[in-house]
Design a protein around this ligand. Sequence first.
Ligand code: IPE
Ligand code: IPE
Ligand code: MG
Length: 253
Amino acid sequence: MRQPLDYIFPDPPEDLDPTQFDQSRVPRHVAVIMDGNGRWAKKRALNRLNGHKAGIEAVRETIRCANDVGVDYLTIYSFSTENWKRPQDEVNGLMNLFAKTMLAEIDGLHEEGVRVKTIGNLSALPEKTAAAFEEAWERTKDNDGMTLVIAVNYGSRDEILDAVQHYAHDLQEGSAPELTEAAFENYLYTADIPDPDLLIRTSGEMRVSNFLLWQIAYTEFYCSEVLWPDFDRYEFLRALLDFQQRERRFGAV
Ligand code: IPE
Ligand code: IPE
Ligand code: MG
């Protein structure tokens, strides 16, 4: 639910003026590649899992802020299909953290009217992690506030291959529609989610890392130098203000 700017941003840093934010031009869908947890931990001589734990607070704040400014869809990249290559300890730690955090947050999200969805292959997750995401979806699916899309065990190439396989199956069954862009999009995990308007990546990296390749064809990119656990509403505001300065052309003049 939209809130007044001085409520959302009560204590801005000196170089940032929240009144610059144009509430009539809020990006409808913001996607975030939350990166830099490991480096945040390393800087403090902590193990990587402590970085992921610290990142949870930044997720909470980002969800709250996106909801307050009136974003309709917030997609957060939580675990990629490539992240299984990490040490077993880290993978297990992340899976436990997802399960625990998701269960702890459902009530609060539900109260805010948030609808939780996931994209990615849940069936390959440990049972209790998948169950936590399913419960969040089940409990919040009838809400009509912001949609929080959690990309977990998500890979864009897998998503596109899955879509092609389903389409091929439907062709064989004689039930496939004519292959237009709109028809193909219905086979993606993001069917019924609009394309992102803004994609934020933290920690200074400038790569897409197999995220929403089809969907970001005309998305505006914002690269933040901040490591994910240090990301807060003011850093989010910087991205939103930058977005509002862009001229989106979609190939026209
Ligand atoms: C992002 O932080 C979290 C996940 C990918 C799960 P990283 O763990 O990638 O942090 P860095 O990139 O090593 O600093
Ligand atoms: C992208 O971050 C995946 C997530 C944020 C979940 P990575 O840290 O895994 O990406 P690379 O390895 O730097 O490309
Ligand atoms: Mg990383």
